[in-house]
Write a protein that binds this ligand. Structure first.
Ligand code: GTP
Length: 302
């Protein structure tokens, strides 16, 4: 099952940087060495069993962009499942950026009218913290005005923090087939294992695929005590950095067990493409029992 994902935006907005961090084990610092993308770079990423993301990283220099909208229009914009449009928040040519975006949206409406559209207001680390909300809201309003009637989802992102993982986890979540069924199975497992929370990550990218919690309410929010609402993407970011450090030391990261007071956290492979994190606060559940539960679930989720 191949899904075409278009990654577009002006040159230097950060498209190849984010692709390299999420899919090719780059760390943020390494992206300073990236050159401009010439025309379109294709990357096929196997994601969860038979779902393959076909990423089209479209170089954003003016001459390439012009071609996408003219001679290559059908080729680029046909059969698109997802359009990810990256805006450089520091750009001084906001009107010109919006014009390009509008052309992209028009081409999408014409060639792939059911495509999902995500906009990333990127390089947010360069904006003073006090101004971030206002600038983000201003850009979102402009984007929505240009996108109508297509519904867009906007994120503020930076390669220097976990916001990148939050945005990309939401994007891939929208692409996973049967995700509700997967969640129902995870939910059952969470109560059978008497766990507090279970999080499922894709193995290579460490993007969050799904999570269930024993405190979850009907509307999907968590009713429990003060939990950090960004904990999942923070974990993705931390584990990915750790995995890259292990690779540099020619070691392979396999599993992890963390104890903090009464709470134990287990991170272990679930299937060939996924890792599972299980949080257990019941002191009566011993480490061996928790790991045996994950092993038992493995057969079910394969
Ligand atoms: P083209 O290939 O020409 O279309 O450009 P691109 O959109 O792929 O840009 P690229 O990923 O090459 O990034 C350009 C520069 O922006 C690099 O030096 C990155 O290090 C930098 N960059 C990318 N993301 C961020 C970010 O979130 N914050 C900051 N401060 N810099 C970033």
């Amino acid at each position: 099952m191949k899904k075409k994902v278009l990654l577009m935006g002006k040159s230097g907005s950060g498209k190849t940087s984010m692709r390299s961090i999420i899919f090719s084990n780059y760390i943020a610092r390494d992206t300073r060495r990236l050159g401009a993308t010439i025309e379109v770079e294709h990357a096929s990423v196997r994601f969860l069993g038979n779902l393959v993301l076909n990423l089209w990283d479209c170089g954003g220099q003016h001459s390439f962009m012009e071609n996408y909208f003219t001679s290559q229009r059908d080729h680029i914009f046909r059969n698109v499942e997802v359009l990810i449009y990256v805006f450089d928040v520091e750009s001084r040519e906001i009107d010109a950026d919006m014009e390009y975006y509008q052309m992209c949206i028009d081409a999408i409406k014409q060639n792939s009218k059911d495509a999902k559209v995500f906009c990333l207001i990127h390089k947010m680390d360069l904006v003073h913290e006090d101004l971030r909300d206002r600038i983000f809201e201003d850009r979102v309003a402009q984007i929505q005005h240009r996108s109508s009637p297509i519904q867009t989802t906007c994120f503020r992102t930076s390669i220097w923090d976990e916001t990148l993982y939050q945005a990309w986890s939401s994007i891939v979540y929208a692409l996973i087939p049967n995700v509700r069924l997967l969640e129902a199975h995870l939910d059952k497992f969470c109560s059978a294992a008497d766990a507090d929370e279970i999080i499922l990550f894709e193995k290579t990218t460490f993007l969050v695929i799904s999570h269930v919690s024993k405190w979850a309410t009907e509307d999907g929010t968590v009713s429990a005590a003060p939990l950090d609402s960004h904990r999942f993407e923070k974990i993705s970011n931390i584990i990915k950095q750790f995995k890259i450090s292990c690779m540099k030391a020619h070691a392979q990261f396999q599993a992890m067990e963390i104890r903090n007071g009464r709470v134990s956290v287990y991170l272990d492979m679930l299937t060939a493409n996924t890792y599972l994190m299980m949080v257990v606060s019941d002191p009566d559940i011993q480490s061996r029992a928790a790991l045996a539960n994950i092993a038992a679930a493995r057969r079910h989720f394969e």
